[in-house]
Design a binder for this molecule. Structure first.
Ligand code: ARG
Length: 465
């Protein structure tokens, strides 16, 4: 490591007869990555010091000194001039040591009634809470962008697929709103997880609580936590809240990945349903004609790393006896990378939604192939009194005949159609058109343009809350 990590100063040195090797030091240290928690660490320390003073455990002068020192440290960290030392192992000891350098004994009193175990658990909870709030804001933005796109195409017809075979005509607006629903549930999950994240571990100290007359509710209130963790062993040891967050993040990425897959396919010239603005695509170094949908492809790929982090965290926790174990230090990198990946992905997807051009003619042409209105014909026959299974059979024969003649159902003559069922009359052509087909699915959750508009209104109401 570089020379900035070279000063010696273990917090527990008096207990040990020999120093650890450089390799052990590097292996056990977390400061390279947990310095990311610095501002949350300071926030937690200030709330703790405030409580210690209010309870008469430290003096008000000490508290004022701690605040003064922390203000300077925050400034140094923000300016990038804070000197992080490997020898001081982690973010907590680095900040505490600097505080003591700056304010002397008051700095040494800060750790009264607390341990790094409840300190780090508090920091991570503050970090995850802030991450959830960022994710929620971005999900809102993405849902708005997709709703805007859907609204512009509330009646644009495209083929809907099952088994990736043309199934029934739908509207592009309806298709976009499907993702708006998915991302809406993702937001609900994040909000729900937030309640369990938002509890204060501080006061649990190393594992059993502390002998000082602390006021945990006061600290919880200062930090905006809804409650305290009610068992000290649990408070310092479990990371289920981080796992829950990562699971919710994995579901976001799963939805993003499904959408990515569709965007990539839709942009393939073979399908040609959309174009994605150049700023989200790249070219090929060898094939001059290429325009590749890199952003959705990468988002699909990055889903894997978030799933991986979920598996890491679950495995990290599994098999840990109560209470705190150093294993937990390994929770940070997967968590940080999950947050970075999800936030960036949501940001870029929101931007990209504004850069999608819909090629309505191609969508329409595709919907006209594949007998997308066959179900409509079957439903028509049912409404004329034929049992559904018989109607299904009659239409299957009609579709086979179309296949042989290479025409669409709507292109067959009335006489030919009547050969499949005498119940068919002149009015059949209204249901065989794409417009007739989508307009007929006119109920809550259906694809009729009319319903898409209503669904958009409903979503807009949610997005305002
Ligand atoms: N760096 C540690 C972590 O991330 C902080 C807590 C260390 N506690 C201890 N007793 N070694 O979990």
């Amino acid at each position: 490591m570089t020379s900035q990590f070279s000063k010696k100063a273990e917090a527990w040195s008096a207990r040990f007869s020999e120093p650890v090797s450089d390799l052990v030091k590097r292996y056990t240290a977390s400061v390279f990555f947990d310095k990311r928690l610095a501002l949350f660490d300071i926030q937690g320390s200030l709330a703790h010091a405030e409580m210690l003073a209010a309870q008469g455990i430290i003096s008000n002068e000490d508290r004022a000194e701690i605040e003064r020192g922390m203000a300077q440290i925050r400034g140094e960290i923000e300016a990038g001039s804070f000197e992080w030392l490997l020898d001081l192992e982690d973010v907590h000891l680095n900040i505490e040591k600097r505080l003591t350098e700056l304010v002397g004994d008051a700095g040494k009193r800060l750790h009264t009634g607390r341990s790094r175990n409840d300190q780090v658990a508090t920091d991570i909870r503050l970090y995850v809470r802030a991450a959830i709030d960022d994710v929620l804001a971005l999900l809102n933005g993405l849902r708005t962008a997709l709703t805007d796109l859907g609204e512009r195409h509330f009646d644009t017809i495209m083929p809907g697929f099952t088994h990736l075979q043309v199934a029934q005509p739908i509207t592009f607006g309806h298709h976009m709103l499907a993702y708006v629903e998915m991302f809406g549930r993702d937001a609900e999950r994040m909000q729900d997880a937030r309640r369990r994240v938002n509890r204060l571990p501080l006061g649990a100290a190393a594992l059993a609580g502390t002998t000082f007359p602390i006021d945990r509710l006061r600290v919880a209130k200062t930090l905006g936590f809804e409650d305290v963790c009610h068992n000290s062993l649990d408070a310092v040891s479990d990371r289920d809240f981080a796992i829950e967050f990562t699971a919710a993040a994995s579901l976001i990425m799963m939805h993003v990945s499904r959408m990515s897959e569709e965007l990539v396919m839709w942009m393939s010239p073979r399908i040609g349903f959309i174009d994605i603005a150049d700023r989200f695509c790249t070219g090929s170094s060898i094939m001059p004609q290429k325009k590749n949908p890199d952003v959705p492809e990468l988002a699909r790929g990055k889903t894997g790393r978030v799933y991986g982090h979920l598996a890491s965290l679950l495995t990290l926790m599994k098999g840990q006896p109560l209470a705190y174990n150093k294993d937990n230090q390994e929770d940070k990198e997967p968590l940080f990378d999950t947050v970075d990946t999800v936030l960036d992905t949501l940001r870029i997807f929101t931007d990209m939604a504004g850069g999608i051009t819909v090629k309505a003619e191609n969508m329409r042409a595709a919907a006209l192939q594949g007998y997308a209105t066959a179900t409509d014909l079957a439903d028509y026959l049912v409404k004329k009194g034929l049992p559904f299974r018989d109607a299904h059979e009659a239409v299957a024969h009609a579709v086979r005949a179309c296949d042989v003649a290479d025409v669409d159902l709507s292109e067959m003559s009335l006489e030919t159609l009547q050969g499949f069922s005498p119940l068919i009359g002149e009015d059949v052509f209204a249901v065989l058109t794409l417009e007739g087909s989508v307009a007929a699915r006119d109920h809550v959750g259906g694809t009729a343009p009319n319903q898409v508009k209503k669904a958009i209104e409903r979503v807009r109401g949610q997005l305002k809350d």
